[in-house]
Every structure is written in structure tokens, then in C-alpha cells.
Design a protein around this ligand. Structure first.
Ligand SMILES: Cc1ncc(COP(=O)(O)O)c(C=O)c1O
Length: 337
């Protein structure tokens, strides 16, 4: 598959985009082909015909289980190699030649980019909020990232943009979305066409990747409609849909006004979906429910479970909930509450 970063009337391939420093908000454009042609194997390379700019050096993401619980379907994205769905985006989101790359992250994306970046010979610097959980910080260091602390998530973003090197952060990087699309393909290959998908939204890369993946399946004539995309936002940290309230636990969702805001709103509207807010109390209840079901997830992930439990029986079935990040990196949350 060929893919480009689209900027006004100009299209840049991955090499050209990253050669310019990667600091440009561009739309992802691609040429997906006339039919769905999955290859053999279980990981993301199964979709080599439909992804571009793929890496190869570390264990590949994808092939995560789809599990039924409480009448809903959960896609265990936290079982990717570094414990989050971000592995899929990092796998397709790095420059093709070894470089000094910089990324801003609440933890998971930085860990994914460090895993795949170091394996491909990049130097990786991660800008992260000072309050990042201990487990994530340790893992970043163990995987070989240079870690720089910022006051909060927004400052981490500004610092990464101002630093030298190639910016690969998923807030802007269009090629990150390439890999995330494959979640929709895997669900389809399990014989499931969701009526609704409950999606935690920070920068929106998961929501937009799912939107694009389901659009691809429609284009190939394999599904008729988009599932309703229900965006889950951290209450009080949301300028996209105006959801007020108080939330401190969903660290991956603390992005009030993500650069792809208009794209996110358009995708939600086109799918017939809407946005829901979560507060700490909802998240803690959802974490308990998840642990009982055997899902060891982090609070940001549990925000989607909270909304799934709230909306159960009120949204189109089957209901799909991606479980995005592992609780093993944030077990202090379970121990203290
Ligand atoms: C576990 C987890 N879930 C969901 C999200 C939100 O993803 P996105 O920024 O793609 O909207 C994040 C982002 O950091 C995350 O870490």
C-alpha cells in the first residue's frame, strides 16, 4: 500500500515527511487497493498489503484476543508487546532510516516508540509529565529511552516540538494511524461486525484509526455501515465536546484540545456516535469490574469499560470495547485505592 501525509495540495511519502522534521499536522492519505488481502500469520504483518512504512525488528504487534464478558466484546490490546495498542502505531510511525527521534507521551506511546525505535537503530527521547506513573517511567528507562520531564502533558508536547530531532509523536504523525487501522481488520476477521465501539479518546489516534479501518472494510464491500463511535473523554479535560466534571486517573486522556479535534468530531458525527465523560469514581468501579473478569488494565483503559457498563443495553450490539493499556505498568492504582 502507498501512503502519504497530505498537506493542502501536497503529498509527502513517509521518507519526505520525516525528512522535514515531522512537526506538521497532516492528514493520512492512502491507496488501500480494491480488495482485502490478508496474508498468513497472526500479527500486523498479516496486513502487509494494507499498511505502509512498517517496521520489522522487534516482536510485532497485533493478533490480540477478542473476548466476551458481560454481554460485550473486549479486544485485549493491552496484550501487545509493550502492553498497549500504541505498539501498532509505533510499528508504522517511525522514520524509515535511523534518526534521533523525539516523542511526547503520557507513557504508553513513549514506551512503544522506544521499543520499536531502539530495535530499528533510532535514538529515542521521550518528553513526559513529571507525574507519569512509576512503572511507565522505569520501563522507558529500561528500554533505553532518554526521558525528559515536563510539568504536564501539554508542556511535554511543546518541549518535544521545540527539541531537535525528528518528531514522531502520535498527536501529529499521520503514519501512526496506519497501524491502528488493523484493529478493525482483526475484529472483522473474527466474524464480528460491531454496532458500537466505545473508544477512549486522548489525541484521537485510536478513534481515527478505527474509523479508517472500518471505512476500508466498507470500501471493500465487506461491511455495510460504520459502527457508532462513542468517544470517552476525561471529565473536566475536554474542549472537544464540552464535557465538564473532575477526573484525575485517566492519564492518557488529559488532552483537552487535541490537534486532530475537527477530524475526531467529524468521524464521531459521521458514525452516528457521541461523546461521554468519565470521572474517577466511574473509573475505579470499572477497574474493579475488569479485574473480576480477569482484565488487568490501567485506569485510562477502564474509562471505556465505565462507559460500556453505563450504556450496556442502550447502544447497538455487538458492543466492542478495546482494552487499550496494561495494568501491570500502573499496579500502584490497584494497591492504593
Ligand atoms: C491506555 C491508553 N488508552 C487510550 C489512550 C488514548 O489514545 P489516543 O491518544 O490515541 O486518543 C491512551 C493515550 O495515551 C492510552 O495510553
Amino acid at each position: 500500500m502507498r501512503c502519504w501525509a497530505k498537506l493542502g495540495g501536497t503529498r509527502l511519502g513517509p521518507e519526505e515527511y520525516f525528512a522535514q522534521g515531522g512537526r506538521i499536522l497532516a492528514r493520512l492519505e492512502y491507496d488501500v487497493g480494491d480488495e482485502f488481502l490478508p496474508l498468513g500469520g497472526r500479527g500486523i504483518s498479516r496486513y502487509a498489503m494494507h499498511i505502509c512504512n512498517a517496521g520489522s525488528a522487534a516482536p510485532e504487534p497485533g493478533g490480540t484476543p477478542l473476548v466476551e464478558a458481560g454481554g460485550m466484546l473486549f479486544k485485549l490490546e493491552y496484550l501487545n508487546p509493550s502492553g498497549s495498542f500504541k505498539d501498532r502505531g509505533a510499528f508504522t510511525g517511525l522514520p524509515p532510516t535511523p534518526s534521533d527521534v523525539v516523542v511526547d507521551s503520557s507513557g504508553n506511546a513513549g514506551i512503544s516508540f522506544t521499543l520499536y525505535g531502539r530495535a530499528a537503530g533510532h535514538r529515542v527521547t521521550v518528553y513526559t509529565p513529571r507525574g507519569v506513573s512509576e512503572g511507565k517511567r522505569r520501563l522507558l528507562e529500561l528500554l533505553g529511552a532518554e526521558v525528559v520531564f515536563a510539568r504536564d502533558r501539554e508542556e511535554a508536547h511543546r518541549m518535544a516540538l521545540a527539541a531537535g530531532g525528528v518528531y514522531v509523536g502520535h498527536w501529529l504523525n499521520p503514519f501512526f494511524l496506519v497501524g491502528v487501522r488493523t484493529i478493525a481488520y482483526e475484529v472483522y476477521e473474527e466474524g464480528v461486525v460491531p454496532g458500537s465501539v466505545i473508544v477512549p479518546v486522548g489525541s484521537g489516534s485510536l478513534l481515527l484509526g478505527l474509523y479508517m479501518g472500518f471505512r476500508d472494510l466498507m470500501e471493500w464491500g465487506l461491511v455495510d455501515d460504520l459502527p457508532r463511535l462513542i468517544a470517552v473523554r476525561a471529565a473536566g479535560h475536554d474542549e472537544l465536546f464540552g464535557i465538564g466534571g473532575h477526573c484525575t486517573l485517566a492519564e492518557g486522556l488529559m488532552i483537552p484540545s487535541p490537534p486532530r479535534g475537527p477530524e475526531i468530531r467529524r468521524a464521531v458525527r459521521e458514525s452516528g456516535g457521541w461523546a461521554e465523560g468519565v470521572e474517577d469514581e466511574d473509573i475505579l468501579k470499572a477497574l474493579k469490574w475488569s479485574l473480576k473478569k480477569g482484565f488487568i488494565i490501567e485506569p485510562t483503559s477502564a474509562s471505556a469499560v465505565a462507559v460500556a457498563l453505563r450504556l450496556r443495553d442502550r447502544v447497538e450490539e455487538p458492543v466492542l470495547v478495546p482494552l487499550t493499556g496494561s495494568g501491570l505498568k500502573r499496579s500502584e492504582t490497584f494497591l492504593n485505592k
